[in-house]
Write a protein that binds this ligand. Sequence first.
Ligand code: UDP
Length: 239
Amino acid sequence: KAGPLPYKRVLLKVSGEALMGDGQAGISPDMVTKVAADIAAVAASGVEVCLVVGGGNIYRGLAGAAKGMDRAQGDYAGMLATVINALMLQNALEQQGVETRVMTAIQMAAIAEPYIRRRAVRHMEKGRVVIFAAGTGNPFFTTDTAAALRANEMECDALFKGTQVDGVYDSDPRRNPDARRYDELTYTDVLARDLKVMDAAAISLARENDLPIIVFNMHSPHAFSEVLKGDGKFTRIVE
Ligand code: UDP
């Protein structure tokens, strides 16, 4: 398709699971390199990009709580997991010549900048890819909510959610071969039908600010670059 991309500034949510590649946990260096290359191509095209990284490949507070751990304590551990992923992604991006900054919601001055909204905006205006780590900085939240929050704060044109499947389905496509993928949904559809794509807090935040959410499969090659151009399969969640 010809013509300029419709986006000036976007946020990409990279789940921890997306960084596992074909593994069951942890980080696949090949997958991180692939994701970074995809992001680098988008940044090189002139679109301002910021990222929120998850931590589910390392630790989730909810999983800990199910085994008797204090939920808030586990959530703090989960937030630290996102910082590990952020550093990995920063390294891979820098190896591809992309200038990046990691900003954390929980201060760790020795390894990353503290999150300051105006500074984050400034970094992006200068063409740097900003990686937001440590979620919202609060337990009982998810990095999906952090993604909707930061995308609103950064006045992004859209939130891209890279997942394991190519959009939102009416049932789990990995279990049900007849599952149907939606091309477009409203925020209210997602909430009312309790579709498991993002938690309700994230969807509500997006709805309040009219932030489009685009759900796509992070595993296909150049997935982010393609979906940004409107190519490939995805589900758009809008008003
Ligand atoms: N977390 C949190 N507050 C936040 C974001 C994340 O407490 O604002 C914790 C929570 O325990 C979560 C973990 O960090 O399970 C990892 O994030 P998430 O599960 O959202 O990662 P993803 O599913 O994207 O890999």
